[in-house]
Design a binder for this molecule. Sequence first.
Ligand code: IFM
Length: 455
Amino acid sequence: MSRREFPEGFVWGAATSAYQIEGATHEDGRGESIWDRFAKTPSKIEDASNGDVACDHYHRWRGDVALMKRLGLAAYRFSIAWPRIFPLGRGALERRGLDFYSRLVDELLSEGIEPFATLFHWDLPQVLEDEGGWANRSTVAAFVDYADAVSRCLGDRVKHWITHNEPWCASMLGYQTGRHAPGLTDWGAAIAASHHLLLSHGLAVPVVRANSRAARVGITLNLGPSVPASPSPEDADAARHFDGHFNRWFLDPLYRKAYPRDIVADYVERGHLDLSKVPLTDASDLEAIAAPTDFLGVNYYNRSVVRSDRIPEEKNLARSVHLAPESEWTDMGWEVYPDGLFETLVRLRAEYGVPKMYVTENGASYRDGPDAHGRVADDRRIGFVRDHLVAAHRAIEVGVPLAGYFLWSLLDNFEWDRGYTQRFGITWVDYATQRRVPKDSALWYRHVIEENAVE
Ligand code: IFM
């Protein structure tokens, strides 16, 4: 393969999130989060595990920053645990929580690593969930206050802010499928949650900017192509719907000040949405959601191959089923489809005019562990990342303003409902000893960073 150089200043990073790595869930006044509660509810997590210890990053952060330095990372994307800052969601601030992130940021900067802070990566304070969580509009104001407190404290040093990570997951997996915390199966709540997540993003943007001069503020969405499983009109329609439900539901309000009409109509027709209950057309909400941002974070893992289940009484409305085409799969059961990253980035530029993007997550779960010599030869992950970097490079070549790439993840970690059964890290974590072993992919990635090129 030929050598592909990235533009000068391209940001190379790795990403994590608080609940997935920190542990220390009962320390320094941290409140309960919906993930603490959910993970301890029987049968929710594949291996019945939880994030109580995870990678023990809350105690090992200094060593983890040293590891980042050794890997040559220029940037680190992490998230802040809301229940560490406001154990009760709002009101009394827990200084010890803020101090933890303040020390982390100082350490990163002293090692020349640029912090990219995500404000919400799913660990909502449980007390707010008890009031209805994201389905309740009052959580919007609580989030804006939280964003204010965090950006006031860290805004002098953190220059890149991400309001939310993957609001599709937080709303749809959390409130509709029930696979994620808080585990509800209520379409109305899920749609309301998506609107409130977006609104809280839009209202937080100017607040963060005011507290963090010269800050760059954005949001991260999980995106990917939705393609029909067959040429049938039913499958074409199911793919249209899935695209709208997954991608356009978030992109349209952010960049076009409106929810996609076809999906609103689908939801209403299926009885999922009562428009009198969620103000999806409220002009001031839509104006707020579309607050101009500096960048879009793109999390890309796979495409969706969609088939209608052709249930006549459902009028074929997007009962999407994900099919397995002849393809390679990661241990997560996700198709390996690097072209989808190219297609997604190009679409964002062409259809939404996104002025600047970062790939804020991309990576793969493969369970390869240490061999007899302690080496983790994760060649499939290297191949996965290389092919996606080539796709990203192609996008840059055709004019996509892609400014950086964050590999998911720095460490093996708690993979939500899959527990510790999945390993996305470029660093192997021995959970019994907390020993970190950089996998071959980490060493390979260091070389990519050094060269600013992929071969
Ligand atoms: O681990 C998650 C992360 O928290 C959000 N994006 C997808 C990753 C892999 O599932």
